[in-house]
Design a protein around this ligand. Structure first.
Ligand SMILES: Cc1cc2nc3c(=O)[nH]c(=O)nc-3n(C[C@H](O)[C@H](O)[C@H](O)COP(=O)(O)OP(=O)(O)OC[C@H]3O[C@@H](n4cnc5c(N)ncnc54)[C@H](O)[C@@H]3O)c2cc1C
Length: 373
């Protein structure tokens, strides 16, 4: 029921207007509100905080079905529940949870999480944005890059260094409201994500109350990782949605498009493309569900989730490129629902940990040797 509800929503509420939002590079706030009222934004958030309280497999299926229409519109609509939502669930005080989570789940506020910086990408421990306690206020200085919803978020959880001499034990997460003096954002244009928002953020003597600390000082990375782990799963599920959408579009088009007096579906080379896309999508979908099931049960899942994230996102890149080829020049236009997946799929291989970092996680799990320390 959940799968068909999410798919119907993707078909009826997202796909028909997606091209206009992408062309205008605008966010569809109506869709965010509707997703909130259907309980899709906080699918995995506990019911006592306004979420739907679903297990990770069910929530991953929601991501898969919505991304079938648009991964980027899914990211901007559900993203607040994923990184900030999961972090708050795991690390925030009861008061902070009650303050942020219910309106976030209803789609009334948007939140972002800012970890990455110009010199701290895959190595998130290299954070240089500082937060110094001055009386009962934190004073934040620094820059963050490539932050999803960074330009529109009402509140951003910022990963900061409180004491460089302590290394990772100095890292902490602090909530910053968008209208705080000293906070600024600048839009980042990317190859995809055209119906979303990506921004770089600046903090210049930005003062926030001491109580905005989320979790403990010294737990910033660990608390961020709870959100990143969830993000990896949903990014992988969304990538399966993109691959399935490309497959569906190819099946339809191959039967309609005629060349040499026949539908192109009758050519064996065309059938091979469709057969491979089907076989890979189905196989990797089960890897994603398997990782989701382990995570739902609280079982170790690092190598299974890294495998899922790597394979699913790279599949979306391959499937969307093949789908464009199969549609010929028409596939290069936005008249068919494949080229937007091609622009978005490559992004999915980077956020939530790059393909290379996930290969290293699998290596570490199997060999017991961490290649990056
Ligand atoms: C669409 C999108 C949304 C994003 N949203 C957010 C957000 O909301 N919040 C946030 O904090 N960040 C966000 N990011 C940033 C994202 O987390 C980083 O881009 C990512 O962690 C990689 O960092 P980097 O881009 O600096 O690449 P780098 O870390 O500089 O990597 C460059 C290349 O080197 C490779 N590499 C690096 N280290 C190693 C190694 N040890 N071994 C082998 N290869 C290596 C990488 O795999 C990659 O191919 C987003 C990015 C994108 C594209």
């Amino acid at each position: 029921m959940l799968r068909s509800m999410a798919r119907k929503f993707a078909e009826q509420e997202m796909l028909p207007t997606l091209r206009d939002y992408e062309r205008q590079r605008k966010i569809n706030y109506d869709v965010i509100k509707k997703m909130g009222s259907l309980g899709l934004i906080g699918a995995h958030i506990a019911q006592e905080y306004g979420g739907a309280g679903l297990d990770y497999t069910s929530a991953a299926i929601v991501w898969e079905q919505l991304s079938w229409a648009s991964w980027t519109q899914t990211l901007i609509s559900l993203g607040a529940g994923v990184l900030p939502g999961t972090i708050l669930m795991n690390a925030a005080t009861e008061e902070q949870k009650q303050k942020y989570l219910p309106p976030l789940c209803r789609g009334e506020i948007i939140m972002a999480t800012a970890a990455v910086e110009p010199d701290a990408g895959s190595d998130a421990t290299a954070v240089e944005t500082t937060a110094v306690l001055d009386g009962d206020e934190w004073v934040i200085n620094g820059t963050k890059n490539f932050i999803s919803a960074g330009g529109i978020a009402d509140v951003t959880l910022v990963l900061v260094q409180t004491d460089k001499s302590k290394g990772t034990r100095g890292l902490a997460l602090i909530a910053v409201d968008k209208d705080t003096p000293g906070f600024s954002s600048a839009a980042v244009e990317m190859v995809g994500d055209r119906a979303g928002d990506l921004a770089s953020l600046g903090f210049s003597d930005c003062r926030v109350p001491g109580e905005n600390l989320v979790g403990q000082v010294g737990r910033g990375i660990q608390n961020s990782l709870t959100g990143i782990d969830t993000a990896r799963l949903f990014i992988a599920a969304g990538a399966i949605g993109m691959a399935q959408s490309c497959l569906d579009a190819c099946i339809k088009y191959a039967k309609e498009r005629c060349q040499f007096g026949k539908p192109i579906a009758s050519f064996q080379l065309v059938q091979e493309v469709i057969a491979r896309m089907q076989a890979e999508t189905e196989a990797i979908r089960w890897q994603v569900y398997y990782a989701a099931e382990l995570k739902s049960k609280g079982l170790p899942h690092a190598k299974e989730l890294s495998s899922a994230k790597w394979l699913a996102t790279e599949l979306a890149v391959r499937a969307s490129a093949e789908a464009i080829r199969l549609h010929g020049a028409y596939g290069c236009t936005d008249d068919f629902p494949v080229e937007h997946h091609y622009r978005d799929a490559i992004l999915s291989t980077i956020l939530g940990g790059t393909t290379e970092m996930h290969k290293l996680t699998i290596g570490r799990e199997l060999l017991g040797i961490n290649a990056i320390v």
